[in-house]
Design a protein around this ligand. Sequence first.
Ligand code: IMP
Length: 431
Amino acid sequence: MTAVVIVGVQWGDEGKGKVVDYLSERAEIVVRFQGGHNAGHTVVVGGKKTALSLLPSGILREKTRCLLASGVVLDPGVLFAEMERLGAAGVNVTPKRLGIAAEAQLILPYHSVLDVERERALSDAKIGTTGKGIGPAYEDAASRIGIRVADLYVPARLKTMLERNVAMKNAMFAHVWKCEQKFCAKDLFEKLSAFAERLKPFVTDVSSEVTQAIKQKKFVMFEGAQGTMLDANHGTYPFVTSSNTIAAQACVSAGVGPQVVDSVLGICKAYCTRVGGGPFPTEETGEIGDYIRKVGAEFGTVTGRPRRCGWFDAVLARRAGQLNGVDAVFITKLDVLSGLKTIRVGTEYQGTNSVVLSELESVSVEYKDFPGWDEDITGVRSFKDLPQTAQNYLSELEKIIDCPIAGFSVGPDREQTIIMREQFKSLLAAE
Ligand code: IMP
């Protein structure tokens, strides 16, 4: 086993960071392949919690090399702030530990203003973005006016690009969005020139590094951000993020052929959450939703927004299995369901199997109900030590989603991660 892709199979926040952290002990390379600082996970360093949004959790391991691939959108200020936070906690992010693709696109200050202004204009139809400028940065990339890391090292080109882009954005702010914002190309050029110096030792050729590592049979882990249902092509469009979050994007972004991937591990919670707008067929807006939010501490790492909560949606999980080619899933936060009398799983959508947005908005869900358990399961360390009802829940879930469950977690600590199926020991332990 040399290359594993880790993806979220719901709407993000599935706990991918925890699984990546668990696996990164053996991973020699962790490649983050899309998104930007819209993602977020909390890591604990020396008992102190640190929020990361751009750097993969593998960054905590001295021997693991982390790479930000071409499909990532990067705000240099955010990157350095994260590095400084980690530095203060005793983790020195050196060029040995982190490499950044020369092709990665930059998020510039006008992108977040555009993001916020467009959301304002969309009013009731707003996406509920993180407001970090992710969409506008990807738009510039697709429009071929984006500024990439490599451009930082060609000052004349950078200057021309900034002058052209700033003129366009300022005109949009004044005439389309009718807002006061105005940017100065010269100021941005100076800021970016200072960043360029600091960034230079980190810039690398991700495609060559990953290709080399695969040839040497090193264990490479590709880490996705957000989740399958936020994928720009296959998610609940338009309520999605602006990148491809599914497993195939790992190869596109890293610049390697699809045959390098040995397996795909899908991460999902034992229930569902979503932040922002858009359909959520199994959402619980009453007491159950409040209970899950409280017990599961379901508030955004990046924005602090309360997450919408609901039951596990097996229709979407099956779809995500298909879209990613998932070999096995890992279930996080099983402990959050303890204390619920009945646990529901959405098994089918009445009258349709379609997951296109227009149908999802009004779909009726068929549920299968499972008896819950009262026991505190946070101390459980093997499948057979789970209460019988919890064992049944996982075993039935496996059948309903038609995909093996490789393991589950019963709390945030590494010891609370349990491998459930012998055949996935090698996947999860990457031996
Ligand atoms: P954007 O990625 O900021 O453009 O936001 C688009 C949609 O993706 C919004 O619904 C966000 O709430 C959602 N989103 C973006 N990043 C994450 C994440 O890391 N977890 C969960 N939802 C996210």
